[in-house]
Write a protein that binds this ligand. Structure first.
Ligand code: URA
Length: 239
C-alpha cells in the first residue's frame, strides 16, 4: 500500500505536489469514491480516476535532457501564452520540468513524466553539483573572488561554492564571464548570490548537472536520458 499522491505521481500523471492539490480539490476518485483528504493509501488493485478519467498504470516513463533557449518558460503551461520547455519536446506524454531555470536563463534542464524521479531530484536532500556560466557587470576584485569561494549567505543561508573560475575579462565593457559550481537549487540562487555583492548577472547558462552536460546539444535541442544515466541519478540520491 502506498500513499495516493505518490501513486498518482508514480504513474506520471502529475508531480506529488500537484497530485495533492488534485486530491484537495476533490478531483480524485478511488474505486468510484471521491477522496476528500490526503493520507489515504492505495494498492495496485485500486482503480484511480482523476476528473472522471481512469489513470493508466501502463504509462511509459520518459526522461529528457533539454538545452533550454532564452525566453522559454520552465513550466508546462503559461497563462500569457509564452513558449514553455514542454512545447519544445515532441511527445504525447505529460512531461514536466525537474526544477526550473529562469525565463532568461539558458541551458541544461531535465524533463520527465516520472513523478518519483522528479520528486527525488527536486528534494532538498538531493545533492548534485550544478555548474553555471555567468556574465556579470563588474570585474571582480581579489577580495570579492575570495568571498565567493568561501561561500555567500543568501537569505541567511550559506550557498557553498564548490568551484569558481574566471573564464574571460573585458576591461572595455567592465564585464566578466565566470564559471561557478554550487549544490543547492533555490530559485534565482545565482542571481541572488551575486546581488549580495551588488553585482548583476547579465547572462546565465547552466552547463552541468552532476555528470550530465549539454556539450552535444545546440540551443533548443534535446535527447533522451539513457537507463544508465537514470540509474546513476537515483544512486546519487541514495548516497
Ligand atoms: N540561478 C538563477 O539565478 N537562475 C537560474 O535560472 C538558475 C540558477
Amino acid at each position: 500500500m502506498e500513499r495516493l499522491q505518490k501513486v498518482i505521481a508514480g504513474y506520471g500523471y502529475a508531480s506529488r505536489r500537484k497530485a495533492e492539490e488534485l486530491i484537495k480539490k476533490e478531483k480524485v476518485m478511488v474505486n468510484g469514491k471521491i477522496i476528500k483528504e490526503l493520507g489515504i493509501k492505495v494498492s495496485s488493485n485500486d482503480i484511480i480516476s482523476i476528473d472522471g478519467v481512469i489513470i493508466n498504470k501502463d504509462v511509459k516513463h520518459e526522461y529528457y535532457l533539454l538545452n533550454k533557449p532564452r525566453s522559454v518558460i520552465s513550466s508546462v503551461k503559461d497563462e500569457n501564452g509564452r513558449i514553455t520547455v514542454t512545447d519544445l519536446i515532441n511527445t504525447e506524454a505529460r512531461i514536466y520540468p525537474v526544477g526550473r531555470l529562469d525565463y532568461d536563463t539558458t541551458g541544461l534542464i531535465l524533463l520527465t513524466n516520472d513523478g518519483d524521479f522528479a520528486n527525488t531530484l527536486m528534494h532538498p536532500s538531493f545533492e548534485i553539483e550544478k555548474t553555471y556560466i555567468a556574465k556579470i557587470n563588474k570585474i571582480l576584485t581579489k577580495e570579492e573572488i575570495n568571498k565567493i569561494k568561501k561561500g555567500i549567505k543568501v537569505d541567511n543561508r550559506l550557498v557553498e561554492v564548490k568551484r569558481f573560475k574566471i573564464k574571460k575579462v573585458s576591461q572595455e565593457k567592465n564585464t566578466m564571464i565566470v564559471e561557478i559550481t554550487i549544490i543547492e537549487g533555490r530559485n534565482h540562487i545565482i542571481k541572488k548570490l551575486f546581488k549580495e555583492l551588488n553585482i548583476d548577472v547579465m547572462k546565465l547558462s547552466r552547463i552541468g548537472y552532476g555528470f550530465l552536460d549539454i556539450k552535444d546539444l545546440k540551443s533548443g535541442e534535446y535527447r533522451n536520458l539513457s537507463i544508465k544515466e537514470i540509474k546513476k541519478l537515483y544512486s546519487i540520491a541514495k548516497k
